[in-house]
Design a protein around this ligand. Sequence first.
Ligand SMILES: N[C@@H](CCC(=O)N[C@@H](CS)C(=O)NCC(=O)O)C(=O)O
Length: 386
Amino acid sequence: MKFYTFRIEPDIINTDLTCASNHHPSNMPDYKVYYFNVKALGEPLRFLLSYGNLPFDDIRITREEWPALKPTMPMGQMPVLSVDGKKVHQSVAMSRYLAKQVGLAGADDWENLMIDTVVDTINDFRLKIAVVSYEPDDDVKEKKLVTLNSEVIPFYLEKLDDIARDNNGHMANGKLTWADMYFVAILDYLNYMTKSDLVANHPNLQKVVDNVTSIDSIKNWIDKRPQTMPMGQMPVLEVDGKRVHQSLAMCRYVAKQIGLAGADPVEELQIDAIVDTINDFRLKIAIVAYEPDDMVKEKKMITLTNEVIPFYLTKLNVIAKENNGHLVLGKPTWADVYFAGILDYLNYLTKTDLLTNFPQLQEVVNKVVENENVKAYIAKRPVTEV
Ligand SMILES: N[C@@H](CCC(=O)N[C@@H](CS)C(=O)NCC(=O)O)C(=O)O
């Protein structure tokens, strides 16, 4: 029999889209986990590899990198596990495989069936939560949340808690298996989507969590794993150990600490309106800059360059003129700092010097970067492309 191997520029994109599976891992395989910088579906793989003390590259892909990498993944999704360079997918299938490598599979077909039934149930539960959590229409979501919270969640938790009780603090077979790892690894994601602590009133499920998190290798992994962000995204500001997110909310807060917020609610509103306008502008640029389809991008670029950019810059330039070289209230506010701070990024995205023909806006930026403290920060900050 002849096996055909299809490869797309393996040296460049480092992927192996082998159709016939004649690939067998070595005795000490080189493992790589590809996923976003969140726990979610990637965490069971990281738990299992850590449990077995199997070294792995924990590759975390940013949203910006993803469009280019997507076509190199077997089904255009992650998590993906690379075993000696062979990329495999499907988080549950990969977990089942890794469990065999680290001694957490069942001892026979029956035990494996018990594990599979509970893992598939956890996954049904996850999907029922996700369908509501990711519902884009607020009214529909509100309705769906009622059923989720009053029926679906209690039903699953009660059943799963009974299973954990009957299995002595485990999810199957009365002993530690990958079903326990899967449940505990994915629990943070379920808690995040439901904005709750799902095991709080389910002592047997809490016991499963305790059993897994008290294993030394898991404890080590939890201690050393990257702290993922409240929304899996950055920037994040840490204030006395408390992490907060959303760049505008954080800037608004910091502005209050340094006297650059408005003097009263009306002034605050005026600042917010300008900052939100700058952000609308940024998003309109980003949507074109990150468009993955070249033809579409070219078309969008025409409107962006001929209409959107001149419209925003002309408006903002008039505002800067009326406000004496500031963006609002005729005095320094965090709107000026926000604009000056984000300008390099906008120039990078548009591959231009946006302010060339907008002297009043340039004056806003000059005033910010000539501030002694800002100047000192710029002089010492790391040099980056963006
Ligand atoms: N059934 C798959 C689902 C994988 C999946 O939904 N991956 C999502 C992230 S959790 C993804 O890659 N989304 C990005 C995309 O589809 O472009 C699994 O369990 O691995």
